[in-house]
Design a protein around this ligand. Structure first.
Ligand SMILES: Cc1ncc(COP(=O)(O)O)c(C=O)c1O
Length: 460
């Protein structure tokens, strides 16, 4: 089949319906597919014929994707995918992502994308209200938590330098060891030092520990300290830093407080966990990824500033070709390091509008409840040890006597069979298993069977 590139004829119409039909089929069936990360050489050979001067035609390209390429991609929204931070996009948000693509929206400035941006801003407003941010708060959807952290920290540094009136010899950001790797990566990109703040027994940063870490440094080492990154749900343990007391220290020292909530701040809408974020309303910025735990497809991360003005002063790009455009009411490009952008907040907005915000509360609460019930099961089982009481939806536990090698061998075997994905990590230097639940359809009985499996598993 040869769909035309830009015209709309009968063949193109048929082809477009095939693709949409396939997308729907994927949505319905993705959990049933057997997948495996085939070696690069094998995949390369299988699609060797695809790119030619004539093309192979739309249906053959779709066949290659369906039969060869997709089976080599893990369905990240499988309710039994319990590793990393998985995803669980809703039907409405996923289908609407197709509409966003079909609409060719430039989401960078108001002149081009006002309608899309108005809806994105409404979704950002929902998040801002949940955080208790003031009416003037605002921001932008970026590609992920990493991009959100980088853009927030660049803004924070600019504000600091402006206020100081000159650049220090070195810039420094304070964070704990539990902070996500992307914060250290951002510091590297920015050529900024990271001041390590010790955590408490649960892996949390507290205001006291932050204060002590700062008191323990001579003032030279702190002249370039411009921001503190707190975490609203650590990736490894799902633990929330003590935001309120951290805000006290930041306020007293005039430090920018950024809360990385890529995973955990979704629980701002939870009835079970909202209290853990007390103090977020005093942060200068926060990030939360709808593609993690707010049921939107990749890639979507909300970055929100309490006062967006300095962010725009930091990130707005200028040039004769840009300044000629009427920037209008709100230019998402101005609030992060990017220019062209997909209106990637729209699938979240569409999902919220379709299902209502209460459905989000219920879905997040359901994952938290399942994680807590699973943790109780672990604690009650002989032969297992719960390492931390879960705060959100991450559970860390050990099987008595197992080494990292045993966890890894078990994990690899079960992953390759496609039964479930649970990968080892470590807590306080001890190897352990970690599960992270974001899918409201992750079933307690099914994950409890993982414990039965672990109790009887022996390497073959
Ligand atoms: C707390 C936290 N911050 C940042 C990130 C990075 O987010 P992304 O992968 O969307 O860039 C993650 C990813 O898991 C995370 O858990």
């Amino acid at each position: 089949m040869a769909p035309s590139m830009h015209a709309w004829d009968d063949e193109t119409n048929l082809f477009a319906h095939s693709v949409i039909g396939y997308a729907i089929e994927r949505l319905r069936l993705s959990k049933d597919t057997q997948w495996g990360a085939h070696p690069a050489a094998e995949l390369r050979a299988a699609i060797d014929h695809a790119l030619t001067p004539e093309g192979v035609g739309g249906l053959e390209a779709l066949r290659l994707f369906r039969d060869v390429l997709l089976p080599a991609c893990r369905p990240m929204d499988d309710p039994m995918n319990l590793a990393y931070v998985p995803t669980a996009p809703s039907v409405a948000s996923t289908m609407f992502d197709l509409v966003v693509s079909a609409s060719s929206i430039f989401g960078g400035n108001w002149e081009a994308g006002a309608g899309a941006i108005a809806a994105e801003n409404q979704a950002l407003r929902w998040l801002s209200d949940l955080a208790g941010f003031p009416p003037e708060a605002g921001g932008v959807f970026v590609s992920g938590g990493s991009a959100a952290n980088l853009s927030a920290l660049v803004t924070a540094r600019e504000v600091f330098t402006e206020r100081r009136g000159s650049r220090p010899a070195r810039y420094t950001v304070a964070a704990t060891e539990e902070v996500h790797a992307s914060v250290r990566a951002a510091a590297k990109v920015m050529d900024v030092d990271v001041l390590a703040v010790p955590t408490d027994e649960f892996g949390r940063m507290t205001g006291d520990a932050l204060q002590e870490a700062l008191d323990g440094r001579d003032s030279d080492a702190l002249t370039g300290l411009f921001a503190v990154v707190a975490t609203g749900g650590t990736t490894n343990a799902g633990v929330v830093d003590e935001l309120d007391t951290i805000a006290d220290v930041c306020a007293a020292r005039g430090l920018w407080m950024h809360v990385d909530g890529a995973y955990g701040l979704a629980a701002l809408c939870s009835t079970l966990a909202r209290h853990r974020f007390h103090g977020i309303e005093r942060a200068d910025s926060f990030g939360v990824d709808p593609h993690k735990w707010l049921f939107a497809p990749y890639d979507s991360a909300a970055l929100v500033y309490r006062d967006p003005t300095p962010a725009a002063a930091t990130h707005a790009q200028h040039g004769a070709y840009l300044d000629a455009v009427n920037r209008g009411d709100w230019n998402p490009s101005d609030y992060a390091y990017h220019l062209s952008r997909r209106a990637r907040g729209l699938p979240l907005w569409f999902g919220l509008a379709t299902y209502g915000t209460q459905a989000y509360t219920d879905a997040v609460d359901s994952a938290i409840r399942t994680a807590h019930e699973f943790a109780a099961e672990v604690a009650a089982r002989p032969g297992f040890r719960l390492l931390l009481p879960p705060e959100l939806s991450v559970v860390l536990f050990t099987r008595d006597g197992w080494t990292l090698e045993q966890y890894s061998a078990w994990s690899k075997q079960r992953a390759s069979e496609g039964r479930y994905l649970v990968v080892p990590t470590s807590w306080r230097g001890e190897p352990c298993l970690r599960i992270c639940i974001v899918h409201p359809r992750t079933d307690l009985a099914a994950i409890t069977e993982i414990l039965d499996d672990l109790a009887t598993w022996a390497a073959t």
